[in-house]
Design a protein around this ligand. Structure first.
Ligand code: UDP
Ligand code: MG
Length: 207
């Protein structure tokens, strides 16, 4: 009977578990959102798209809305504290313990700030590798009504990706955390490759 007390104490301190996080990175139009939807269905993750959270924040009429809208229109990276707060809130409200964080971190500062604030390190980084030519084709034909899917902004987003986001992927590559996918293929083929990664990773975790 006394053990009930011990268990309670332990739950409040020692056994409080950090969530499992997989960062999903790749250039604009590389298929992150599409593949995340598939991963959610098959592997029980909660999908958190940083871009979607920022767009929802604009719609909600928050005080940061105008600033966020202007940055997205220019393809610039929104200050870390704004994005991290939205991600933390979504993690807390989800009730799940495993997350795909899509489109974040986008630069070294995003990465370091997220680690410092949450103390969470990603399980691995899923990297969708795709040519600019193919990404541009997809962005210009997807018609999602996004203010940043025009050729001027797309060019800026490519530049930011190369200059600021690729170094984050290189950082995780040096820690052997990157799982690279050839994302230039049709959706179903890409998902076959994604499945292999998530299946072998969960096997490793249960052995
Ligand atoms: N964005 C940002 N920080 C993030 C995620 C997105 O500042 O962590 C902004 C940035 O301006 C980016 C835009 O939101 O260009 C759209 O991001 P999203 O991931 O939705 O689209 P992608 O460029 O990956 O297609
Ligand atoms: Mg997206």
């Amino acid at each position: 009977m006394g053990s009930v007390i011990d268990v309670t104490i332990e739950e409040g301190s020692l056994t409080e578990k950090k969530p499992t996080v997989v960062f999903v990175l790749g250039g604009p139009g590389s298929g992150k959102g599409t593949q995340c939807a598939n991963i959610v269905q098959h592997f029980g993750f909660t999908h958190l798209s940083a871009g979607d959270l920022l767009r929802a924040e604009i719609k909600s009429g928050s005080e940061n809305g105008t600033m966020i809208q202007n940055m997205i229109k220019e393809g610039k990276i929104v200050p870390s504290e704004v994005t991290i707060k939205l991600l933390q809130k979504a993690i807390q409200e989800s009730g799940n313990d495993k997350f795909l964080i899509d489109g974040f971190p986008r630069n070294e500062e995003n990465r370091a700030a997220f680690e410092a604030v949450t103390k969470i390190e990603p399980e691995f980084v899923l990297f969708f590798d795709c040519s600019e030519e193919e990404m541009e084709r997809r962005l210009l034909s997807r018609n999602q009504g996004r203010e940043d899917d025009n050729i001027e902004t797309i060019r800026k987003r490519f530049k930011v990706f190369l200059e600021s986001s690729l170094p984050v992927i290189e950082y995780y590559n040096s820690k052997e955390k990157v799982r690279k996918i050839d994302a230039g293929k049709p959706v179903e083929e890409v998902f076959e490759a994604v499945k292999v990664i998530f299946t072998s990773n969960s096997e490793k975790a249960t052995v």
